[in-house]
Design a protein around this ligand. Structure first.
Ligand code: GUN
Length: 301
């Protein structure tokens, strides 16, 4: 008798769809609160220089603001700006009445000290959650602006009701924006969280020994197609934060976007996976709006 083995299909964690849902909720809340508070939430962005990816990110953030009824403003500065001048611009935003939050798009030109710039942002307006005060509060389970990408991943796990308690979560990459905060959040006594966390990075030897044992793998490397099916266990949950522009002459823009995960190779072994694009990216954008909403409400407290 022939035995049929029915293999469960991988489930897509659809960031576009969940982000749309989050934005609809925000829009409804804005519509209510504008009447009560007499003004819209307002997000600012500082863009230094002409980096193509940064320009796209900032333009998308402005588009998102329009969509949910936020006011937005963009401060564009040349990459020749001095650190002192940039600090003065930030000081103006720190003190601008009715500006609830702002972001300074990274990376900054090499002659500018990124840490110094981040430290100069008023923590109450730091909707990126990059200031050490917000990072520290996050680490101690106090209310804070959570960095948008890790926050977006939590929201995605929650939306799909993925169990995380007691699971082994392996994170690849220890950046201040993704890997490091993600490792803290997945280890918190909370849902999503309560994981046993392994934070791997460029100094990790034989990374497969960790990824093969992971229930959840979160990659934030920027190394296209790095994660292969041979590196994961059956039924693993795969979250791909990588989004790298790779030359592709068949595309109108001359590039396509590649994740850290070899999607075609991994999809038949994983239980859940985030696509690139359309997975983590839209969630990051939606969480920036959530943080701005929080800053807006806090400003009336
Ligand atoms: N560069 C890459 N990601 C981010 C982000 O989330 N915020 C800012 N400000 N810059 C970035």
């Amino acid at each position: 008798m022939r035995e049929t083995i029915l293999k469960e299909m991988v489930k897509i964690l659809n960031g576009n769809e969940v982000a749309k849902h989050v934005k609809t909720q925000i829009k409804e809340e804005v519509d209510k609160l504008v009447g009560k508070f007499g003004r819209q939430p307002h997000l600012g962005a500082v863009l230094v220089g002409e980096n193509g990816a940064s320009k796209t990110y900032v333009n998308n953030k402005i588009k998102d603001c329009k969509e949910v009824g936020f006011k937005s403003s963009l401060v564009r500065l040349p990459d020749t700006i001095s650190e002192e001048e940039l600090l003065q611009e930030i000081d103006k935003l720190n003190n601008e009445d009715g500006l609830d939050g702002f972001i300074v798009q990274l990376p900054l030109p090499k002659h500018i000290n990124q840490e110094k710039i981040i430290m100069s942002i008023n923590p109450d307006k730091d909707v990126d959650g990059f200031h050490p005060q917000n990072f520290g509060k996050m680490a101690l389970d106090m209310e804070a602006f959570l960095p948008a990408t890790p926050y977006g991943i939590l929201c995605l796990l929650e939306h799909y009701k993925i169990p995380t308690k007691g699971k082994h979560c392996v994170i690849i990459g220890r950046s201040r924006i993704v890997g490091k905060p993600m490792s803290i959040l997945m280890g918190r006594k909370a849902y999503p969280g309560d994981c046993t966390v392994t934070l791997t990075h460029s100094g990790t030897e034989n990374i497969e020994q960790y990824t093969k044992n992971a229930d959840i793998v979160i990659t934030a490397l920027g190394n296209p197609n790095f994660l292969k099916s041979s590196m994961i266990k059956d039924g693993a949950i795969i979250i791909d934060v990588g989004i790298t522009r790779v030359d592709d002459s068949s595309k109108p823009k001359g590039y396509s976007l590649a994740g850290d995960v070899d999607y075609e190779d991994v999809k038949d072994k994983a239980s859940y996976i985030t696509p690139v694009p359309g997975g983590v990216g839209p969630m990051t954008r939606a969480m920036l709006l959530k943080n701005t909403m929080l800053a807006y409400k806090n400003s009336f407290k």
